[in-house]
Unconditional design. Structure first.
Length: 83
């Protein structure tokens, strides 16, 4: 169980930090009020757009970190039955 929690922390924490950096970088260059989807302005406030974008970036970074963690596992760890 400790190994699972540690692996989850290896995935969540770096992806959270990356999402923070990407969020700051993106919105330093892009004004949230100027963001449009299919030619229409988004029906979100600036804060709402910041929030949605952060979670999108976090999920994308989690996917990358999870794939890295999976590829770093040995064959035994991958095929080991659940405790």
């Amino acid at each position: 169980m400790k190994r699972r929690i540690r692996r989850l922390a290896w995935i969540l924490w770096p992806s959270f930090l990356l999402a923070c950096v990407v969020e700051m970088g993106m919105f330093a260059l892009v004004d949230p009020g100027d963001v449009h989807w299919r030619g229409e302005p988004l029906p979100l406030s600036r804060q709402g757009l910041y929030t949605v974008a952060f979670f999108v970036f976090w999920v994308l970074a989690m996917g990358s970190s999870a794939l890295t963690a999976l590829l770093a596992m040995s064959r035994r760890e991958v095929n080991k039955p659940e405790d």
